[in-house]
Design a protein around this ligand. Structure first.
Ligand code: CA
Length: 597
């Protein structure tokens, strides 16, 4: 039974025709939407504010030029309502976009956030509506869809808000999904019809400084959000798209400071132009190793094996003056830079790619692949000294200061005294303190698998913000934990039946990459996942599209891990197995006695 039904004329009309035959205009009213709210007993501990519901019909909305879904035009009903947790004086705002009844295809899509946001506003919701799914997002009770979690974690210096931590960790998206699915069933009068349930999140524009604009979906924090659901609420999902997840949270956030500590330890602060030259020369040198000269390093593993960055010492570089390529308007512009690639510059680059090791030489964490931009290593220009100097990572600060030191501050004053061992200590502390909320690498996915779930996991091979190897490392953990008695090949085959990982050649962080414009991006991921779940069409290779440059619009296919792309003579791509390459991706993190999943 639906609670609180009041018969109004529009509802009376619906009663005779049914929702499926109704127009968007008929059903997209607050009065009708109120009749579809889950009953008070539906979710223990949650009380929906029935008076808060607002429904607004929106017609002929167009989205275009998105990397995570194709162009589309559609109508939808925008419905918002709030709920509170019993016994706690809070208010959580939910937002759902519902397709017109005739376009509803019995699908629900949960979405997540990016950076420190649990939501991407309405940015990811079109990606569901265009496929006939109700798409939802939540503010987690943080005050707005654009409130950063790290800014509401501390009630005061020294006083964490653990409720907000759990909401960000996994609780908010779970509640939004469970309530949203029930609301969907009631709204469209689905009765016993199967409601397919998917996850795809989104990163957002609201990211801290020293971080490039990021308009990704189902990626980064949105990817971690997805894993937080798959790992805990196995039977809630038919499938999930997760991209470049920001999981292994303490490792991930602290490693943003690693490039800074490399520079500080080596006492060399390379001009950005020098690092860009190293990047461009690396890309040029490694392009052909995949068998196809197209400006795309599709095999960064071969690049690691065969290319010695020191070969480019002495190469001249030159850059015009430029504003800092990030959302940090108060930051001084970079002046024109001219010089030659130095031994010190190369040493910094090599050390960054090697990844964090402690003072005993033991590997603490993974790093970016060669051909990824050196964003974490950007230095800042001091107009007083006319020198480049350290620019401490705000991403690392946004974790270390509030979460480890419980200080309500989002930038480091300095990194004086911080060493590789300090970074290791920060990681260990953060790993322990947030193991059950933010870490998000639980490797046993048996319940999800047994419930029939499918995972499409992807990661840009030239990601500059979350190491590509971080995704490989997790998938390896899942493989080893779930199939301990199978051979490498047999376990990969078993896993690939339901959890597939694709490394996207040339792609940056959840986005196309201006340095490798001919690389593809998997723009149709949700469509691919839907076909896999609903039609059993397993994506042997991942459908992708070139989204910029001279090959704009061309289709590409991406190999599934552990196979790697290789073009031979005739130009056809094959997905090959190459043990030496696979070994490049698998780094033992021997600085810790605990297994790092
Ligand atoms: Ca190439």
């Amino acid at each position: 039974m639906r609670p609180n039904i009041k018969i109004v004329p529009a509802l009376a009309a619906l009663a005779s025709t049914g929702v499926c035959a109704a127009s968007l205009n008929d059903v997209c009213t607050s009065a009708f939407a109120r009749t579809a709210l889950p009953s008070p007993s539906f979710y223990q501990g949650i009380t929906i504010d029935n008076s808060s519901i607002v429904a607004t019909a929106v017609y002929n909305t167009s989205v275009s030029a998105q990397v995570m879904f194709p162009d589309a035009t559609f109508d939808y009903c925008n419905i918002t309502f709030t709920y509170s947790h019993d016994g706690r004086d809070d208010k959580v705002a939910l937002s759902y976009w519902l397709p017109a009844p005739k376009n509803f295809k019995h699908r629900f899509l949960s979405t997540g956030g990016g950076g420190y946001l649990i939501s991407s506003g309405s940015g990811s919701l079109p990606g569901g509506v265009m496929y006939g799914a109700v798409a939802g997002t939540t503010d987690a009770g943080f005050g707005s869809l654009t409130t950063n979690f790290n800014e509401v974690y501390l009630l005061a210096n020294g006083t964490p808000n653990y409720q907000n931590l759990y909401m960000f960790g996994y609780q908010a998206i779970h509640e939004m999904s469970v309530l949203g699915k029930e609301f969907t069933r009631l709204f469209y009068e689905m009765n016993q019809t199967k409601l397919y349930s998917y996850y795809q999140g989104k990163s957002s524009l609201h990211v801290p400084a020293k971080m490039q604009t990021d308009h990704s979906i189902g990626c980064s924090e949105g990817g971690r959000d997805g894993w937080s659901q798959i790992q805990r609420f196995a039977d809630q999902w038919d499938g999930a798209v997760v991209g470049a997840p920001a999981f292994r949270f303490a490792f991930q956030q602290v490693q943003h400071a690693y490039s800074d500590i490399v520079e500080q330890t080596m006492n060399y602060f390379p001009p950005p132009c020098e690092l860009e030259k190293i990047l461009n020369e690396t890309t040029k040198a490694c392009d052909s190793l995949d068998g196809k000269v197209d400006g795309v390093v599709a095999r960064t593993d071969l690049c690691k094996i065969h290319f010695d960055i020191s070969d480019i010492i002495g190469t001249p570089y030159s850059c015009a003056a430029a504003s800092v390529p990030m959302s940090f308007p108060s930051h001084p512009a970079w002046p024109a830079q001219n010089g030659t690639v130095s031994a010190k510059g190369v040493a910094v680059a090599e050390k960054i790619i090697e990844g964090l090791r402690d003072s005993k030489g033991r590997q603490v964490y993974l790093s970016y692949q060669p051909s990824a931009q050196f964003v974490d290593a950007f230095t800042q220009y001091n107009v007083n000294t006319s020198e480049f100097e350290l620019w401490p990572s705000d991403f690392a600060a946004a974790f270390v200061l509030p979460f480890l030191q419980q200080a309500n501050q989002t930038s480091f004053d300095n990194l004086t005294g911080v060493t590789y061992d300090t970074l290791k200590d920060w990681i260990y502390q953060g790993w322990q303190e947030y193991a059950d909320t933010l870490h998000t690498t639980w490797p046993d996915l048996t319940p999800f698998h047994e419930a029939g779930g499918k995972i499409l996991h992807y990661h840009g091979e030239s990601d500059f913000s979350i190491p590509t190897a971080s995704s490989v490392h997790y998938r390896e953990s899942v493989r080893k934990v779930m199939y301990p008695h199978l051979s490498y090949n047999a376990s990969n085959n078993a896993l690939n039946d339901w959890y597939r990982l694709y490394l996207i050649p040339g792609a940056g962080h959840c986005d196309v990459n201006p340095y490798q414009p001919n690389g593809p991006f998997p723009q149709t991921n949700l469509a691919v996942l839907i076909d896999w779940v609903e039609k059993g069409k397993k994506p042997e290779t991942l459908n992708s599209t070139v989204l910029q440059g001279e090959h704009l619009g061309e289709n590409r296919q991406v190999c599934a891990w552990p196979l790697r792309p290789r073009w031979r003579g005739g130009g056809e791509m094959e997905c090959e197995y190459d043990q030496r390459s696979v070994d490049q991706w698998q780094v033992e993190l021997d600085a810790f006695k605990m297994p790092v999943y």
